[in-house]
Ligand binder design. Structure first.
Ligand code: NAP
Length: 243
């Protein structure tokens, strides 16, 4: 299983959960080598197997290199397009082209290019053995997101559209495609909002009464890659406490 953005937060928990399920886990990261190495160590200490590979998943050349390195480790069974950023906070009147390009390069273009590389390897029409793709969306895709972050919500809505279309395109090629939409999950992505302490207070406004944990998202992702979800395809699972 390849997990992009697995050095921290939700991606790290997906990698840890997958490590307990006998996958050889590829822990991708872009800057945080030390944190990625810690995730690999934790997986190995628990009896699993993992490798960390640095690659900026907003850049096509690095994405192509990442997947070639994955090829040298074995057959890709599951690909999790998790890497993503919020891309700043501002009203639409202050949105800039540079900001949007940086955001869409990772959240949308990188995600699609990574999925292209995964499909090339998994497609039974292309000699592959099939596989599973899980795309990390957000409840922001259907709610419009938090104030001053509509650029982020727009990028995640693009992920949802891609999920539906890709599922139609590759369903007969042995590949299941789904997306997960987390709600408020306690990770460092919320540092821009004042950190986990601040969003923990926001949790009171979530129907279930609290924020979620990265582990709660990870369990859903790993289930989507298992045979237990064999008829789940081209859809979304909200892990959002009812939000
Ligand atoms: P996070 O704690 O900020 O972690 C982000 C991860 O993405 C890190 O591992 C980071 O690597 C990696 N990353 C960032 N840019 C990258 C790039 N260009 N190439 C490769 N990796 C890159 O974020 P998170 O909260 O776990 O979010 C993970 C995903 O869930 C994102 O797609 C986010 O939009 C989505 N999501 C999160 C929430 C939430 O409440 N947390 C809600 C809805 C959706 P480095 O450590 O090397 O920088």
């Amino acid at each position: 299983m390849l997990v992009t953005g697995a050095s921290r937060g939700i991606g790290a928990e997906i990698a840890l959960a997958a490590g307990k399920k006998d996958y050889l886990v590829v822990v991708n990261y872009t800057r945080n080598q030390i944190e990625a190495a810690k995730v690999v160590d934790q997986i190995k200490s628990a009896g699993g197997d993992a490798v960390a590979i640095q690659a900026d998943c907003s850049k096509e050349s690095e994405i192509v290199r990442l997947f070639k390195e994955v090829d040298s480790l074995g057959t890709l069974d599951s690909f999790i397009a998790n890497a993503g950023i919020i891309g700043g906070q501002n009203p639409v009147t202050q949105t800039t082209e540079a900001q949007l390009k940086e955001l869409f390069d990772i959240n949308v273009i990188g995600l699609i290019l990574c999925s292209r590389e995964a499909v090339k390897r998994m497609s039974t029409e292309l000699g592959g053995k099939g596989g599973k793709i899980v795309l990390m969306s957000s409840v922001a895709a259907r709610t419009g997101g938090i104030a001053q972050e509509i650029h982020y919500a727009s990028s995640k809505a693009a992920v949802d559209g891609f999920c539906l279309g890709l599922a139609k395109e590759v369903g007969l090629q042995g590949i299941r495609v789904n997306a997960v939409r987390p709600g408020l999950i306690g990770t460092s992505i919320h540092d821009v909002h004042g950190g986990i302490e601040v969003i923990t207070k926001w949790g009171a406004g979530v129907p279930i009464g609290r924020i979620g944990t990265p582990k709660e998202v990870a369990q859903t992702v790993v289930w989507l890659c298992s045979d237990e979800s064999s008829y789940i395809h081209g859809t979304f699972i909200d892990v959002s406490g009812g939000r």
